[in-house]
Design a binder for this molecule. Sequence first.
Ligand SMILES: [Zn+2]
Length: 103
Amino acid sequence: MRIKKGDTVKVLSGNDKGKTGEVLEVIPKTEKIIVKGVNIRKKHVKPRKQGEEGGIISVEVAIHSSKVNVVCPKCNKATRIGFKENKDNKKVRVCKKCNTELK
Ligand SMILES: [Zn+2]
């Protein structure tokens, strides 16, 4: 996965096109991510106990990771992510626009 928890991403398509948000969760198995404030669905909650009120809560639903680009913290642009090896021979993510290493 090119996207990690805590990244800021920009949505490229769908209802939330153009929105940016923080990645709250990454699901590598399905290559989906949950982004704060993106793909909100209203969910009805039933009261569990007597006297408790039910209601509607908003939850973020996972979207496919191919629908977003990571926003580079350095150049502040939505960018594609590349990989390179750093001096410790570790594979790191880099911004394809400004070549900065991303955490
Ligand atoms: Zn950059």
